[in-house]
Design a protein around this ligand. Structure first.
Ligand SMILES: *[C@@H]1O[C@H](CO)[C@@H](O)[C@H](O)[C@H]1NC(C)=O
Ligand SMILES: *[C@@H]1O[C@H](CO)[C@@H](O)[C@H](O)[C@H]1NC(C)=O
Length: 340
């Protein structure tokens, strides 16, 4: 069975069993130029994001319990009122116009619209992880990165070039297979589309819900990786669940090389104007109800069902929406990337 083989390869590629892995879909809740983490109160913010999760998303979100502000979520776990957001991907035509690349759900997420697959993984060595606190937020990646270095040294963010239709070449854990994974946007046409994976820091200072750069209150492991049970640094001793995003772009309508730049370079660009991919980043505002996430992390739940959690159908999840307050053209052919 395809699902089983995906589970076996992508999650347990190292043969280590993690205690709990939530892997579930969150449809799009809004696509617009707002960023309550990096540019709170700024409307419009510098670049377009696709946003998923609860309907408390706005140009600013109070450092309080988001699960008390939101009333609905596009995530299939209905107690998850968090917000998850990333940049969008655009195709740049030879005449300089842009078109947003459509997204497709993961193969096991029938009914999801746009959006992403969200993972929360507890420790691979079965040690305790501490769920995020109300108000907690963080950023993974660096929007201004355009060269090797930075977060990419942890292989936390990468792109997978599916080498055949139906997620071809999806045999290894994210960022682990050099034949299909790269930290840059793939240089060649990908017959099955492109997936991006964003792994967040997994160590916390235990005190701050946020920090000025939205990163220094958290850390990647002091050595190794979360997957190899690398220890947290003494400055950030609290082990968090590993949050990971997966987004799949259906680039197949743009694979005709005669439409690519004449110099043979790849034609895709992230919504902040980055055609390298090094600037890929993900934003998170925690918003689970009560101790739901902690209960799930202490369980042995796997996938999108968990006895400890309440679920909803995508038919219901997809009814949740945030009004588009920016009101600008972001889909179809546009002559400039919004805000750029
Ligand atoms: C949630 O519902 C309450 C009560 O109906 C309402 O006041 C509030 O504005 C709603 N929140 C959102 C984000 O829609
Ligand atoms: C630019 O090129 C695309 C793809 O060929 C085309 O669909 C679009 O209409 C063009 N836009 C302009 C402004 O010429």
């Amino acid at each position: 069975m395809q699902l089983k083989s995906f589970v076996a390869t992508a999650i347990f590629a190292q043969g280590i069993h993690a205690a709990a892995v939530l892997r579930f879909g969150c449809s799009e809740v809004v696509v617009e130029r707002l960023d309550p983490l990096v540019n709170p109160g700024v409307n419009p913010s510098p670049h377009v994001h696709q946003v998923t999760g609860g309907n408390a998303f706005a140009s600013s979100v109070a450092l309080s319990d988001v699960s008390q502000i939101a009333n609905c979520t596009t995530c299939s776990f209905s107690e998850d009122l968090s917000n998850y957001w990333t940049a969008n991907l655009y195709f740049k035509a030879r005449n300089g116009s842009y078109k947003r690349v459509p997204q497709i759900p993961n193969r096991f997420l029938d009914g999801e619209v746009g959006g992403m697959t969200v993972y929360y993984t507890s420790a691979y060595d079965n040690s305790k992880v501490t769920a995020f606190k109300p108000g907690f937020r963080m950023l993974a990646g660096d929007v201004n990165q355009r060269a090797p270095g930075g977060i990419t040294k942890w292989n936390a963010i990468c792109f997978r070039c599916y080498n055949a239709p139906n997620f071809g070449g999806d045999n290894q854990a994210p960022c682990a297979d050099k034949t299909v994974d790269s930290v840059t946007l793939p240089a060649k046409a990908c017959p099955g589309g492109i997936r991006t994976t964003i792994r967040f820091p997994t160590c916390w200072d235990g005190k701050n819900l946020d920090s000025p750069d939205h990163k220094t209150h958290v850390s990647y492991p002091a050595s190794g990786t979360f997957e190899t049970s690398g220890p947290c640094p003494s400055t950030h001793p609290v082990k968090l669940p590993q949050l990971m995003f997966e987004i799949i772009w259906d680039t197949t309508a743009f694979n005709d090389k005669s439409t690519w730049p004449a110099d043979g370079s790849q034609p895709f660009v992230l919504s902040m104007g980055d055609s390298t991919g090094y600037g890929q980043h993900g934003d998170y505002i925690f918003g689970w109800k009560g101790d739901a996430l902690q209960k799930a992390m202490d369980s042995s739940c796997f996938g999108a069902t968990c006895n400890q959690l309440k679920s909803q159908s995508f038919a219901d999840a997809n009814k949740c929406a945030v009004p588009d307050t920016v009101q600008e053209k972001i889909n179809g052919w546009i002559t400039e990337l919004p805000g750029m």
